[in-house]
Design a protein. Structure first.
Ligand SMILES: Cc1ncc(C[n+]2csc(CCOP(=O)(O)OP(=O)(O)O)c2C)c(N)n1
Length: 633
């Protein structure tokens, strides 16, 4: 950390006064935003940033210190601080704060120069900090990660997951700073939801330092101490909401209320500032018609891995094992790559098949425990640090349980590869709590996520290898069962040595006419059997496999529609999966044909896979009956 001298403290004090004025200008001008917490934390923010190893002309320098502002609503304070550190012009931030089209959004966004992680959903920042801190260790970079948090925010359970994770991995280069102003929206933090914040952190193995969060020397000393601590440190900084303006101090109302113009004048009289609201008004009007401040181009993860030799499975096996073998193989052959491969697990290692990877790369296997929210965010943050980051879990826990965290990973343009097993109704006997029948629907809401649902172990192998060299977030899904190898018309594996995975390309498994069956996921084996059996009675239905349900193949949809009837098959909620996507595509492309959607219409039952597929009307006999009927219409 940088050593501060007497004159630095004078500078910080002057900047803090100026920043308080700017926070009020910003929030009054936009008539929205959070002045109270911005003013209680501004002394901490400025002192901290003056101590960091950062360079505004090289914002993504790999060895830079990281700050996650978990209470993203204090964006005015953050923008004032970053502007003073040279990342952008303060006039732009004041004039454009919360303006449509501006980068200076209501909550801090990663594309604002100097911001490391988009936040706003409270309780997730410490997990992101864990991801950055662990990434530093894996990348052999000697940086420190700081996470600024609110005190009301401490009520979120995910924070305790992150504390345990940091303690387990002894992330001593991680420091949390809590803005302890003792107020939140609803009033005192002690009445809204009583907690013993200090005791909770200490119980989880953190060293706690308690300071006056407006005393610059005390802030400085605590950060210095934290930077050399051998355990993770939490700094509990006693502050005053609205600090600096007497009528705003200790008033919960100013958590999220702004000053009217006359109140601003009164506040500025106290702060001895100049009321430049007219100037900023003019600036804002001018800006709204002209170019906006530019956001950062986020660095892309392009590992350039050697993808090795594809493995061709001739015997039945499960997709899970094919994924486990592929990632272990990639890790072994890329052991000397500059991009490390890391795999997270949440206490399901045997089921999600990460054992082989752990044998090859024990130090890069991260056991996150039954703490999926923390894992989703920590892994997402790590994936932005030049690390090929994978997380294997059941669909129910890696998607449904953590939907909002994945949405945040999407908003943050992370590079996380989420491999989920046990999706659909192919989960064994566990029943409806474990049957993830909404993964396509959920992923479809995430604008930038790619979704791959491989048909069999061969396509799984190819898809994993392909995904390892792709930037961005990718969700790869599979069921639990041992699956038949998908064969082409001539009985050899369809996805053979020559097969190359292509995102968005559908696979024509069987040529046919009158009916086109379009399937995704585990039902493909049963559909293939049904279609092949029907051939014996001269019913030649076409069969397409869709491995990328969010990127429908235009050729397929046009050819399938020409058949006259399309039957979609999935072991997914029929209201939000492949069938609905196909209906949408037909409609939007003005293609006309009959459509029959087969899928899951109720929360399913426990039972063997065969029994559950039969219950859902997705067994071979039921499929044959639907296809036969459609063929003869
Ligand atoms: C998960 C989540 N729940 C609710 C909110 C709405 N919200 C925004 S700020 C806030 C209060 C935060 O209090 P505190 O952490 O003490 O911040 P301060 O008031 O000191 O700025 C709430 C409930 C949110 N942003 N995220």
């Amino acid at each position: 950390m940088k050593i501060l001298k007497e004159k630095d403290f004078q500078t910080i004090a002057e900047q803090a006064l100026q920043a308080r004025i700017n926070i009020l200008h910003m929030t009054t001008l936009s008539a929205s935003g959070h002045p109270g917490g911005s003013m209680s934390s501004i002394d901490i923010l400025l002192t901290l940033y003056h101590m960091l190893n950062i360079d505004s002309s090289n914002p993504y320098m790999p060895e830079r210190d990281r700050v996650v502002v978990s209470n993203g609503h204090i964006s005015p304070g953050v923008y004032c601080t970053l502007a003073r550190m040279g990342f952008f012009n303060i006039d732009d931030a004041i004039a454009e704060f919360r303006m449509a089209g501006s980068i200076f959004e209501g909550h801090v966004e990663r594309y604002v120069p100097g911001v490391e992680w988009t936040t706003g959903n409270l309780g997730q920042g410490l997990s992101a900090g864990c991801g950055f801190a662990l990434a530093g260790r894996i990348n052999h970079k000697d940086y420190h990660t700081f996470v600024l948090m609110g005190d009301g925010e401490q009520q979120k359970g995910q924070i305790s997951e992150a504390r345990r994770f940091a303690a387990k991995y002894n992330l001593h280069k991680l420091t949390a700073i809590i803005d302890y102003n003792q107020l939140q929206i609803g009033g005192s933090i002690h009445t809204v939801m009583p907690q013993n914040i200090r005791a909770d952190w200490e119980a989880d193995g953190w060293l706690v330092l308690e300071i006056n969060g407006h005393d610059l020397q005390a802030i400085y000393a605590s950060i210095l101490k934290a930077s050399i601590s051998e355990t993770p440190v939490m700094i509990l900084a006693h502050t005053v909401m609205g600090k600096g303006v007497s009528f705003m101090e200790n008033q919960a109302k100013y958590h999220g209320s702004t000053l009217k113009a006359e109140q601003l004048q009164e506040a500025l009289n106290e702060l001895e500032g100049e009321n430049r609201l007219e100037y900023y008004k003019q600036l804002r009007e001018k800006k709204s018609r002209s170019a906006k401040a530019k956001g950062n181009e986020l660095p892309k993860l392009m590992p350039g891995f050697n993808l090795g030799q594809p493995k061709v499975y001739a015997e039945r096996t499960d997709n899970r094992s094919a994924w486990g073998k592929a990632i272990a193989d990639l890790a072994a052959i890329n052991a000397n790559s500059k991009t490390p491969i890391v795999v997270f697990d949440c206490d399901l290692q045997g089921s999600v098949k990460t054992n082989d990877f752990e044998k090859v790369c024990p130090d890069h296997f991260i056991q996150g425990g039954i703490m999926e929210q923390n894992t989703a965010v920590a892994a997402g943050a790590m994936s932005t640090c030049g690390i090929s980051t994978w997380w294997a879990d059941f669909g129910m826990f890696g998607i449904d349980e953590v939907y909002n965290a994945q949405r945040l990973n999407d908003i943050n343009h992370a590079n996380l590869k989420v491999v989920t097993t046990h999706v659909g109704i192919d989960v064994g006997e566990d029943g409806r709590t474990h049957q993830c029948i909404d993964y396509i629907g959920l992923a479809r809401n995430l604008f930038h996520f790619k979704l791959i649902c491989p048909a069999d172990p061969n396509q799984t192998d190819r898809a994993i290898r392909w995904a390892s060299n792709q930037p961005g977030n990718i969700l790869i899904t599979m069921g639990r069962s041992v699956l038949p190898i998908i064969t082409g018309e001539g009985n050899a594996p369809y996805y053979d040595t020559d097969y190359r995975f292509e995102y968005g390309k559908a696979d024509l498994l069987r040529q046919g006419e009158k009916v086109a069956v379009i399937v995704t996921g585990t039902p493909v084996g049963r559909v293939l059997q049904a279609v092949d059996k029907l051939k014996e009675s001269d019913i030649n239905a076409a069969l397409w496999y869709v491995s990328s349900p969010l990127a429908i193949d235009r050729n397929m949809i046009a050819e399938a529609a020409l058949c006259g009837t399309i039957v979609t098959v999935e072991d997914h909620n029929v209201n939000s999966g492949l069938g609905t996507i196909i209906a949408n595509e037909l409609n939007e492309n003005q293609l006309h044909c009959k459509l029959e959607k087969l899928g899951v219409r109720e929360y399913p039952i426990s039972g063997s896979s065969d029994d559950v597929y039969k219950w859902a009307g997705l067994d071979v006999d039921a499929l044959m009956s639907v296809i036969r009927k459609a063929y003869h219409v």
